[in-house]
Design a protein around this ligand. Structure first.
Ligand code: MN
Length: 133
């Protein structure tokens, strides 16, 4: 155990992976990255993150389907999941909340506010819903 919060970033776009990791590491977080649902499940076998940032659009199983599965599994149901959505559409955001996400952050991420938004999600209690980005 380290004192640093571990964030699992599930994102298939390599440029987004690198940017997200860089911003989070600058903010002092430990970061694990997965490019697909199966990779995310592998990472979750390695360690239990404090927060999952979940791209909705992934190759194969999409992020919301994976979020629902994680929420249905007692081993992972307590890990907060935040959707990363490239869509400004309200429907996608509501779908993210229905899938069990605690909220969402819009992509492309705003590097000036992203770290603070992640920090707020980490501090939320389980009943809150927060919209960021
Ligand atoms: Mn994607």
């Amino acid at each position: 155990m380290t004192g640093r919060n571990l964030i699992l970033v599930v994102e298939d776009n390599e440029a987004n992976q690198m940017l997200t990791r860089a911003v989070l590491e600058l903010e002092g977080y430990s970061v694990a990255v997965a490019g697909s649902a199966p990779e995310a499940l592998d990472r979750l076998r390695d360690a239990t993150p404090d927060l999952i940032l979940m791209d909705i659009q992934l190759p194969g199983e999409d992020g919301l389907s994976l979020a629902r599965r994680l929420k249905a599994n007692p081993a992972s149901s307590m890990i907060p999941v935040v959707a990363l959505t490239a869509h400004a559409m309200t429907g996608d955001r509501e779908e993210a909340l229905h899938a069990g996400c605690v909220g969402y952050i819009s992509k492309p991420i705003d590097t000036r506010t992203f770290g603070a938004a992640v920090g707020r999600f980490l501090q939320m209690n389980g009943d809150e819903r927060l919209v960021a980005g």
